[in-house]
Design a protein around this ligand. Structure first.
Ligand SMILES: [Fe+2]
Length: 270
């Protein structure tokens, strides 16, 4: 396991999310070429980050659930030289991902130790639906992880937002049973933060002492507060996270700069 060079008790991770790749690299999503966005974000990570211990891919890897898109994403992320940890989004199917990358691929491990931290990856997608749901088996898995680990600090990752967003159209597609998640988290004071994708914009809030972080996509950005579907003019980006042994979690978002993408900002859906 790679560690931060400056502090052997800390781990630097990056979250890459909502890459929405197609099998055909020339295909565009509301005007944007998602491969181009991903490439630029990977270049940015290379420029900004020194040593990273892992890449958290929090869903919507593919727009068309194609084998070629999953394979290409895996190969592209591998250029960062860190372990990958994948969960599916509403546009993905876990079984399809696992068929392409092999079910035994370590990127599908759902509980990963980083020193005094445990990162737990939860599957929240419902095949054929845009909204999310944590099924009983997933909630049981979380409970089992939290009750059995001797890690002092926990970071939980899922695709769908368990906390509300201001954009009403997007909130319709949120996690539908956040109270089931909260009921578990409320019993474990070691839980420090919950990280998600899906919302294609940056969000930070706190609930009962736990920090919740939403993050930009590597392709199109959703406007954070419009009632109806609306795209934001911000550029693609990623989130970095630094897990410290004392439980401190530092995090921030970096975006591609000095570039304009071809995006159909007048679009009323995607
Ligand atoms: Fe997405």
């Amino acid at each position: 396991m790679q560690r931060l060079l400056s502090d052997s008790n800390s781990y630097r991770l990056v979250q890459v999310t909502d890459t929405h790749l197609y099998a055909d690299t020339s295909q565009v999503l509301v005007g944007m070429n998602c491969d181009e966005g991903l490439r630029d974000v990977i270049d940015l990570i290379r420029k900004k980050e020194d040593v990273i211990a892992g890449v958290l891919l929090t869903g919507d890897a593919s727009q068309d659930n194609s084998a070629a898109s999953y394979q290409r994403l895996h190969t592209t992320l591998a250029t960062l030289g860190a372990r990958q940890h994948w969960i599916p989004g509403n546009h993905d199917e876990l079984k399809a991902m696992q068929k392409v990358l092999n079910a035994g691929n370590r990127c599908f491990e759902k509980s990963i130790r980083f020193g005094k931290w445990q990162v737990v990856m939860l599957v929240s997608n419902v095949v054929g639906a845009a909204h999310g749901m944590l099924k009983k088996a997933e909630l049981d898995f979380l409970e089992e992880q939290l009750s059995s680990t001797n890690a002092e600090h926990i970071l939980i990752c899922l695709h769908h937002n368990p906390v509300p967003v201001k954009a009403a159209w997007l909130q319709q597609h949120a996690l539908k049973n956040p109270e089931a998640l909260f009921a578990i988290l409320d019993r474990y004071p070691t839980v420090r933060a919950v990280l998600f994708g899906h919302i294609h914009h940056e969000l930070k809030c706190k609930r009962n002492g736990v920090a919740y972080y939403g993050s930009p996509s590597t392709c199109i950005q959703f406007h954070p507060s419009h009632e109806e579907f609306a795209l934001d003019h911000r550029n693609p980006g990623y989130r970095w996270l630094e897990l410290h042994a004392d439980g401190t979690l530092l995090t921030g978002v970096n975006r591609v700069r000095n570039k304009r993408y071809s995006v159909d900002f007048a679009s009323i859906g995607y």
